[in-house]
Design a protein around this ligand. Structure first.
Ligand code: XCC
Ligand code: SF4
Length: 627
């Protein structure tokens, strides 16, 4: 029988083969045997109360309480949004707590003072003659209040165009406070509450907006204040970044409060000496999933791989420890690590996993905590079994670290090289209105074994840049792009003439790495600033979004706030809503009348890219009439 090729990434395929030889299973094997429940796939199974579970069939068109397919589907969808928004926003809250404990002599410090002052000014916090840390603590407290303030509405950042805010006011989807919106969904989806698909989706939008323009936005801004706003730097990506003769540590998860300290610990002379003592040449950190994005953006830490590769890292037999915090961590890592010498270390009380070694990360003693964790990895080096080691020789060069500020400065430097002013988005806006760049696309999201690994991301990105659409990317999509060499400046040879010229002139790759998934707030910021500069609404810009291989609830929240922000969004995997005709109609059609954008579902990434380009050209026409 011919072997199915499961990834477009050779390192991944080689390690899938090794898994067979080693007699261990991975997600790719489990996928073969898993038959998704057809009810769940359509979203028409309700488990909200114990009279059920109820499932909708031609013979039972309503649940016991009378809920229709659309009611059930819309509630299930809303709960996905709530789960995703909660995860992103709780991440933001944790970072706010860390800023609140930052001090001059502590482990956590203020790194980007300019950004701190901007935020203080925006939130009307007194800055004159005050200690930086007093300001930081007040900024943190203000941010924390955004999660649960009893009155008023969310403080929007200045990048939000007023036209957009008006759309939201008219639809009554302006969030009150972040936690409150998540709670409202949990309440409204309780048995005997919302039984109206339109209203349920409206509530979902409000919660999603509180994530994108609230919790995620706060996570990004406060992370930049604490750990620095990213600037372009070089790195390498794929499992080939693991080192034969070093202590290899995989950093996996999401929150930079942990990974930043691990980075510091790994540079500690004492620990480096310890590594030498156990016979290693050094300590090699490599990132996975969004933690990889966080630490590569700020330190150039190499990228081991994306979501679908987490087991494969252990399979190399060369990883001393996988250190995780929260989100996107396979429970499968625990039994798998037992088959190798790898230590699987959980650190967060929010994500304990049976079979893992749990060393709780204590932010109060952050560096000490991090050192203890790194030591575990170093001591484990001696247990590595040479005969089990196989590191694929695949890695690609990449440029990462394009925060909004970095993009603005990069463009401005070239166009206004003689003027010493703070950067503006004018050059970028000019490139778009003149048509040198046809438009921009944000390609984001996960891996999902329903799609050949990385295929959805890479085929879509290539098609877009070939057609002069500049791509910005975050999350596991960004890592796919890095591994495929699309984040290297060389990749401009794959771009159309207009985009290639801009890339050469400005010295950027055609695909810009903007960070982790909470950093989609950077994309919102950039798009919002361009819209404001042109005095149009976001929905008028030739800008599109896509999640070709999405899988998480966070992605559902993201998709919903991106569409609610006026950006058409393509999904490569259908969400579990197809059993609700009204829900489907709203998401894929009627939302356009409400927010000026909608969802598209298209599994073929090249076809999707062409639909995206078509929409971009339509938007261009509208803009041309204006200018
Ligand atoms: Fe997770 Fe953020 Fe998805 Fe990757 S892209 S699989 S959510 S790590 Ni966010
Ligand atoms: Fe069934 Fe209604 Fe209970 Fe859902 S809420 S399980 S549809 S009775």
């Amino acid at each position: 029988m011919e072997e199915k090729v499961l990834s477009i990434d050779s390192a991944t395929n080689e390690l899938i083969k090794k898994a067979k030889e080693d007699g261990v299973e991975t997600i790719f094997d489990r996928k073969e045997n898993m038959k998704p429940c057809p009810m769940g796939e359509k979203g028409i199974c309700c488990r909200i109360c114990a009279m059920g579970p109820c499932r909708i069939t031609p013979k039972t068109p309503r649940g016991l309480c009378g809920a229709t397919a659309d009611v059930i589907v819309s509630r299930n969808f809303a709960r996905m949004v709530a789960g995703g928004a909660a995860a992103h926003s709780d991440h933001g809250r944790d970072i706010a707590h860390v800023l609140h404990m930052a001090s001059k002599d502590g482990n956590y410090k203020v790194t980007d003072e300019v950004k701190l002052m901007e935020l203080a000014k925006r939130w009307k916090i007194e800055t004159e003659d005050r200690d930086v840390y007093d300001i930081a603590h007040e900024v943190a407290e203000f941010a924390l209040n955004e999660f649960g303030k009893p009155f008023g509405t969310l403080e929007f950042p200045p990048s939000l165009p007023e036209q957009r805010e008006k759309v939201w006011k008219d639809l009554n989807v302006v969030p009150r406070s972040i936690d409150r919106e998540v709670v409202t969904i949990m309440h409204s989806t309780h048995v005997g509450c919302t039984a109206d698909a339109d209203s349920m989706l409206n509530i979902s939008m409000r919660t999603a907006i509180s994530d994108g323009w609230g919790g995620s936005y706060i996570a990004t801004e406060l992370s930049d204040i604490l750990f620095g706003t990213p600037v372009p730097r070089e790195t390498e990506a794929n499992l080939g970044v693991l080192e034969e003769n070093q202590v290899n540590i995989i950093l996996h998860g999401h929150e930079p409060s942990l990974s930043e300290m691990i980075v510091l610990a790994a540079e500690d002379p004492e620990l480096l000496a310890l590594a030498k003592e156990v016979g290693a040449d050094g300590i090699n950190l490599a990132g996975m999933c969004c933690t990889a994005n966080e630490v590569t953006m700020r330190h150039g830490v190499k990228i081991a791989g994306n979501f679908a590769q987490q087991e494969l890292a252990i399979l190399t037999g060369a990883v001393e420890a996988v250190i995780v915090d929260v989100q996107c961590i396979f429970p499968a890592l625990a039994p798998l690590a037992d088959c190798y010498h790898t230590k699987f270390i959980t650190t967060s009380p929010k994500a304990r996993i049976t079979g893992a070694t749990h060393i709780e990360f204590d932010e109060e003693k952050a560096l000490e905590s991090a050192k203890q964790i790194v030591k575990e990895a170093i001591f484990n080096f001696k247990n590595r079994k040479k005969e089990k080691v196989f590191i694929p020789q695949t890695k690609s060069h990449a440029v990462v670290g394009y925060s909004t500020k970095a993009i603005i400065n990069q463009l401005d430097k070239v166009v206004n090289s003689h003027i010493d002013i703070a950067g503006t988005v004018k050059p970028l806006a000019d490139c778009i209105t003149s048509g040198v760049l046809r438009g921009a696309a944000g390609i984001v999201g996960c891996n999902n074994p329903k799609v050949k690994h990385d295929y959805g991301h890479i085929e879509m990105i290539k098609e877009l840049i070939k057609n002069d659409v500049i791509v910005v990317t975050t999350g596991c999509a960004a890592q796919a792009a890095a591994k495929a060499g699309l984040l290297s400046k060389d990749a401009r040879k794959l771009a159309g003439k207009g985009l290639a010229t801009v890339c050469e002139l400005v010295d950027i790759p055609p695909v810009l790495h903007m960070g982790s998934c909470v950093d989609i707030s950077r994309i919102l910021e950039l798009v919002g600033l361009v819209a404001k500069h042109l005095n149009v609404d976001i929905s008028e810009l030739p800008v599109v979004g896509a999640a070709p291989e999405w899988m998480s609830e966070k992605a559902v929240s993201i998709g919903t706030y991106v569409v609610a922000s006026g950006i058409d969004t393509w999904l490569g995997v259908a969400p579990p809503v197809t059993g609700g005709p009204r829900v489907l109609e709203i998401l894929t059609s009627e939302m356009e009348n409400m927010v000026g954008a909608k969802f598209f579902v298209e599994p073929d990434p090249v076809k999707a890219a062409h639909q995206m380009i078509e929409r971009i050209e339509q938007k261009r026409k509208g803009l041309e009439e204006k200018f």
